[in-house]
Design a binder for this molecule. Sequence first.
Ligand code: PMV
Length: 334
Amino acid sequence: MKKITAVAGANIALIKYWGMQNAERVLPANPSISMTLRHCVSHCTVAPQDDPTSDDQVEWLNDAGDLEPAAPMFRDGVLRHIERLRRHTHKSGALRVATTNNFPTGAGIASSASGFGALTVATCAALGWSANPAELSRFARLSGSGSAARSVLGGFVEWPSDPRDPESAARQFAPPDHWPLCDLVAVIDPAHKAVSSLEGHRRAPSSPYYTRRLEVLPDRTRRVRDALLAHDFTHFAQAVEEEAIDLHLIAMSARPPMFYWQPGTVAVLDAVRCLRADGLNACATIDAGPNVHVLCIAAHAGQVQQALTEVPGVRTIIADKVGDGPRFADKHLF
Ligand code: PMV
C-alpha cells in the first residue's frame, strides 16, 4: 500500500438523477446525463497508517489550510466506503484519509460526487487495484452518492438505469473536446443545503407529478443527448431548462416539500432567458441547491459572465468548463 492523491471534478447533471429504484444498491430510478467539470474539484489523499492495527482516520482540510477531524456523517460514509474497497481487494491495514474541495460544499455543486469520486480513485490505487473506469464508477456509486458514479469519468457522461443490471456503471458518451461548453456557476448562497440529496431521492416519489416525470424523461433524455452530439444549442437549451425546472417541481411538490430556490435563483433564470433572447447561447440548470449553473458556448462566456455579475443576489461566479476526469497529483494533503 502507498500514499496516493487523486483529484476528481464535480459534475453538473443535464438530466438529473432524482429518486432511486433501490436505495441499498444506490440504483437510480431514471438514467441521467452530466458534464464533468474541470476546475471545481475535490482532492483526496489516502495512505496506510504507520500502525496497521490502529483505527482508520478521516480528516478534512479546512479553509484555513489545517487538517481537522471530518464531520461525523461524512466520516462514517468514508469509513464504510474504504471498508467496502478493502474487502473487495482482500487488503487489510488501517488507512488515513484526508479530503478537501476547492468550491462550496453541499450547496448543489456536486461536492459529494467529486469527493467520493476522488476517494474511490485514491483508495483503489492506494490498495494496489488498477480498477477500470466501469469498476471505478460502480464502486463510486456504492459510496451512497450516486452521482459520484459520473464524476470518475471525463467529458459527457451517461448513467443508465437498467433494473436488470444490479452493477450499474456510468460511461462517457462524448469526450471533453466534443463540445467545449462553459459552466458559469452563479453562487447565490454557498451555505450547506438544509435538505440533503439523499432525502430528496427518498421524498421524490411522494410528489403527485413524479410518475409523469418518469414517463416524459426518456424523450427528454434523448433530446439532450441528440442536441449535445449535434452541437445544437437551441434544442439543448430547451431540454436542459425543462429538466432543471422539473427537478424543482418534484422537490417543491414532495411531501414534505423541499424549496432549494432563493430570490437570486429566479433572478438568474430570468437573466439567462433575456441573454438568450439577445442572441447569446446560454441556458441554466440547477441541482439540489440555490446556485445556478449557466451553460454557454465558449465564444459567449465573457459576455454571459459580465451580465451575471449584475444580477441581484449573485455573490460570485465560478467559471468552469468541461473536464477530463480524475487524475493523480504529486502534492499530498498530509
Ligand atoms: O448523488 P447524489 O445522491 O448527491 O444526488 C444528486 C442529485 C442531483 O445533484 C440533484 C442530480 C444529479 O444527477 O446530480
